[in-house]
Design a protein around this ligand. Structure first.
Ligand code: ATP
Ligand code: MG
Length: 216
């Protein structure tokens, strides 16, 4: 049995904020691996700005080099049309019947959970790990927690990492973390206006963006 984190996103492009989220999660929780899942068509974004999924997959792959527990999944990339998390979860459950799954999301994304397709079922069928983000501190989750009323709630304060048996099924784990104030939106804007992105993405990703003239 694997405890598997599912980290979905547009990753347009992947940056050091994403990597820090995954590093924090893997160091504080007993997950065996994290699957990065680039979405095919992002439901809420203007399609023009999103580079083809093959580029986003490749950049995620480059960024995950050197992290044995970080893997790229093409489960959403291979399926044309919008990808709903509930469908992704069910597909992965079929592919890996012995795994237990945990969705990993930044708090900005989690605040919109009640707009996700079948979110009530989704919250019952797996657990969520919610990571803070600059401007989105853990306290902001209060209202949405009142709404969704999770079966279990853990706020993971600094300290020893959790044991597998402590991980609730159908629960919500809040993880206050110091992640850098980086967004893909800002990186795209910098590239459009000729500003440097060094230190915001891994060097291999920066080289890939330059080589393929992405986001110009
Ligand atoms: P965009 O600006 O295009 O929305 P983004 O930087 O928000 O890009 P996404 O691909 O939308 O990146 O995010 C994927 C997931 O990573 C989301 O759950 C988001 O909340 C989380 N995330 C992204 N950047 C950070 C960060 N700096 N700190 C914490 N979480 C983050
Ligand atoms: Mg985003």
């Amino acid at each position: 049995m694997n405890l598997t984190g599912l980290f979905g996103g547009t990753f347009n492009p992947i940056h050091l904020g994403h990597l820090k989220v995954a590093e924090e999660v893997i160091s504080r929780l007993p997950l065996d691996r994290i699957l990065f899942i680039p979405s095919y068509i992002p439901p809420h974004k203007s399609p023009g700005e999103v580079v083809p999924v093959r580029h986003r997959l490749k950049m995620v792959e480059i960024a995950c080099q050197g992290y044995p527990a970080f893997q790229v999944s093409e489960v959403e990339a291979r399926r044309p049309g919008p990808s709903y998390s509930i469908e992704t979860l069910r597909k992965l459950k079929q592919a890996f019947p012995a795994d237990r799954f945990f969705f990993i999301v930044g708090l900005d994304a989690f605040l919109e959970i009640d707009t996700w397709k079948d979110h009530t079922q989704l919250l019952q069928e797996c657990s969520f790990i919610v990571v803070s983000r600059p401007g989105f501190e853990i306290e902001l989750s209060e209202k949405v927690i009142e709404k969704i009323r999770p079966a279990h709630l853990i706020i993971l304060e600094p300290g020893p990492s959790l044991q597998p048996e402590d991980l609730p099924a159908g629960g919500l784990i809040l993880l206050p973390a110091e992640t850098p104030d980086i967004s893909s939106t800002d990186i795209r804007k910098r590239l459009r206006t000729g500003q440097p992105i060094t230190g915001l993405v891994p060097p291999g990703v920066e080289n890939y963006i330059i080589k393929h003239r992405l986001y110009h």
